[in-house]
Each structure stands twice: as C-alpha cells, then as structure tokens.
Design a binder for this molecule. Structure first.
Ligand code: IPE
Ligand code: IPE
Ligand code: MG
Length: 263
C-alpha cells in the first residue's frame, strides 16, 4: 500500500494517494456490519478428522472464500478482511508453510479474473518482505488489477500480526519524526491509525473466529478495540454463506455502546 502522509486522514484524503480511488468510506450502520473480519481457523482439524493431511484442509478452506465474498453484498458487508497467515504461523512445519505459500500463489492466479469481473477490490496487509518474490509480485498484480473495483473490499492478511503491524507503524513514525515530516507533539490516536497497514479501511464492526477457539491470536489488535466478536464452533471449511448470515443476524441484535450509555 502506498505511504500516506501523516497529515492525511485514513479515509477521504488518504484515498487520493492510492493508484486509484479506494472507495473506502466508513458509513456507520446501526444494524449491519459494514466491515467484517474473519479469523479462518480450523482447517487442520477439519482435515485430520477425515484422516487427511493438514494441507487438504487448507485447500478446502480456500475454496470457501469465494462463497463468503459473494455473500457480502446481500448481507450489507462492504469490507471483508480475512486472516490467512499470521506472523506466528512460520513456526509450523516447512511442509505446511511451503504448502500454504504455494496455495496463496495458486489462489491468486486462479481467482484473479473472477475477482476483477465480480467487482471485488483486493488488498493485502501484513509484512511483505519475508514472503517470496513470486508471491509478492502476484499480490501486487491482484491489487493493481482490482483497484478500480468497489463492490466489495476484500483484504487478505498474509504474514500479518497486530503487534508486528504496530511496531512497523511506530518505526515509520520515528523515521518521519527524524526527518521532520512529523511533529511528535501532534501525535494522537489518529496519527498511529494512519501508519497502519489498514489505514484506508474502517475499523471492523464484527470479528468472527471459527473453530471454537476464543482468542484473537494477534489479529487487528488496534482496529478491533470496539469490534463485536463471534466465536463459533464451525471449522472454517464448513463455514457456509448460511453460517455467515446467522452471524450477521446475531450481530443485528448487539447493543453497541462504545463506552456510552443508551438513553
Ligand atoms: C487456520 O487453520 C489456517 C491457518 C492458520 C493458516 P489451522 O491450520 O490453524 O487449523 P487448526 O486450528 O490447526 O485446526
Ligand atoms: C490464527 O490461527 C491465524 C490464522 C487463522 C491465519 P492459528 O491457528 O494460527 O492461531 P492459534 O495458534 O490457535 O492461536
Ligand atoms: Mg488454528
């Protein structure tokens, strides 16, 4: 994502610095979640319960993404952010990590045309330099060919960690202070927001985690300060559009107070 100057806001002016308009407007919606973020967990267990290798589960999980993206417009979801690989997932076996990297490459190649045709704008968040050059090139290409789209904003988190993102943002802020671009006396919450990978996205309204684990595993730490959470038992490869719709129906009944009191 291109650098946004510290005097710009995450929305509005920030868009003009992207190669094409992002359409990233956060419109508060009392009943519908405009931005849904998903921790797609449980692929390994799904495969193992079928006596298959973990990568079989990752392939089944990748197939689910298309259905979920397609369901977004009818559910009022404008932004969908999915956690595909964390900064901690490098701890897995070499076989699993390289299998996932090759899955990401193949996924981009096979989905590229469909995503363009279906009006999906794709962005990636996370620390790219650790990824292989071929994958980085494909990610850049997918971002660029979909950058005129605005029906659904799909953000894919690869080599993403919330703490890593905040550390990288602070490093960049420190550099800007050093070069005189940023006055430290002006730093506030919105300043940091503008240095994050997610700078052009609104905060998630709802974070869904599949597979029964009730933790956030370093996902969108800063951005989810006031998100609603859904921890559901369904394993990611079984997460259908119907299960998604059920999560959204429950969200509609949440009472979001943001620290205030409803009169
Ligand atoms: C989530 O599924 C996908 C990634 C982390 C890449 P897992 O691979 O974590 O599946 P479980 O949690 O082991 O079942
Ligand atoms: C979180 O799942 C990361 C992704 C879904 C990509 P993990 O399976 O890595 O999380 P932990 O290890 O159970 O916390
Ligand atoms: Mg897991």
């Amino acid at each position: 994502m291109p650098k946004i100057r510290p005097d710009q806001t995450p929305e509005g002016t920030a868009e003009s610095t992207e190669t094409c308009a992002s359409g990233a407007q956060s419109e508060p919606n009392a009943e519908r979640a405009t931005h849904v973020a998903v921790i797609m967990d449980g692929n390994g267990r799904w495969a193992q319960s079928r006596g298959k290798p973990r990568l079989f589960g990752h392939h089944a999980g990748a197939k689910r993404v298309k259905e979920i993206v397609r369901a977004c417009p009818d559910l009022g979801v404008k932004y969908l952010t999915i956690f595909a690989f964390s900064t901690e997932n490098w701890k897995r076996t070499q076989t699993e990590v390289s299998g996932l990297m090759s899955l990401f490459r193949r996924y981009i190649q096979s989905e590229l045309k469909g995503l363009v045709a279906e009006g999906v704008r794709v962005r990636f968040i996370g620390d790219r330099p650790r990824l292989d050059n071929k994958l980085i090139a494909l990610m850049d290409e997918l971002e660029s060919v979909t950058c005129e789209n605005s029906k659904v904003h799909l953000t894919i988190a690869i080599n993403y960690g919330g703490r890593d993102e905040v550390s990288r943002a602070i490093k960049e802020m420190a550099r800007d202070v050093k070069t005189g671009v940023l006055d430290p006396e002006t730093v506030d919450e919105t300043t940091l927001t503008r240095y994050l990978d997610t700078r052009v996205l609104p905060d998630p309204d709802l974070v869904i985690r599949t597979s029964g684990e009730a933790r956030i595993s370093n996902f969108l730490l800063w951005q989810s300060a006031y998100s609603e959470y859904e921890f559901i038992d369904t394993l990611w490869p079984d997460f259908t559009a119907e299960v998604f719709a059920d999560c959204m129906a429950r969200f509609a009944h949440r009472d979001r107070r943001f620290g205030g009191v409803k009169s």
